[in-house]
Design a protein around this ligand. Sequence first.
Ligand code: PBG
Length: 342
Amino acid sequence: MTHPAPGAGPAAFPLTRPRRLRSTPALRRLVADVRVRPADLVLPMFVKEGIGAPAPIPSMPGVVQHTRDSLRKAAAEAVAAGVGGLILFGIPSVKDARGSGADDPAGIVQVALVDVLAEVGSDLVVMTDLCLDEYTDSGHCGLLTGRGDGEWTVDNDATLVRYGQVAVAQARAGTQVVAPSGMMDGQVAGIRAALDEAGFPELPILAYSAKYASAYYGPFRDAAECAPRFGDRSAYQQDPARATAEGVREALLDLAEGADAVMVKPAGAYLDVVRAVAEAVDVPVAAYQVSGEYAMVEAAAAQGWVDRRRIILEQLQGIRRAGAGIVLTYWATEAAGWLDAG
Ligand code: PBG
């Protein structure tokens, strides 16, 4: 829309000027409508069995594998910054075919949970990742079975039984939300049934519903020491070449199986899936800004190639704008501090 210009000006002036509402910081603040609150953020944390000091993760500068002690302290820092939740990943000292450490009551996540709950259990939501890849000697997310041709595949239904056992072990140790991330078919239903039967009908499930076989998980596999010893996860995680609708279907299946909230992962390259899932469901939607997203920003910022703080905030805003109410991010504590500061 234009209207005639007076005098000798251009032939026409724009009637609509979006710049009007951008002209001062106060106006911009007034009309801002994408907000990231500290309480929206969830901090993923690694805790490793049998180490005496926190171990830095080279591909994730600023992130460590915690001892039980340093985990407690970092959790308290997250609380002080106003972070909404944390999600625990355990790294056992011994791995085996069935991932025994995952549901051992004396296993690393179970004992670390007790510590963390005592420290912060009523100040934020303490969640546990529920998978087997950190615990199996194969590095795969489930139990392997032969296919008869010398090849191996992950046995979906045998794995479901293990997931049920792990869920119950985590529940007994006091987890406040279980987050199954293995992408087995029927995992939410299996875990729900196991939890209900064991007396945990109130324990929520945050399902990693749309989880892609992503190169962005590279640094995590150092962090959690769970790189597959052979093969990859393409036979169970989603193919990045599939259209958005497959992610929506996975989320709807998980809801039908009893999921209380759903997740899309990774976040940045899958914002279309975040948006589509957010429109399709009426439960909270989380998005996981994963290790590779973290590592790329840290690497570029270390070179001075990007403004670290601005780019982190911009990515978080993008994820929220796409429709995620909850954002899992390794920057949770630091970013929460910025957000608090306005
Ligand atoms: C599997 C799991 C993975 C991540 C979270 N849960 C790795 C994978 O699927 O290979 C990745 C998280 C990240 O990259 O930050 N238990």
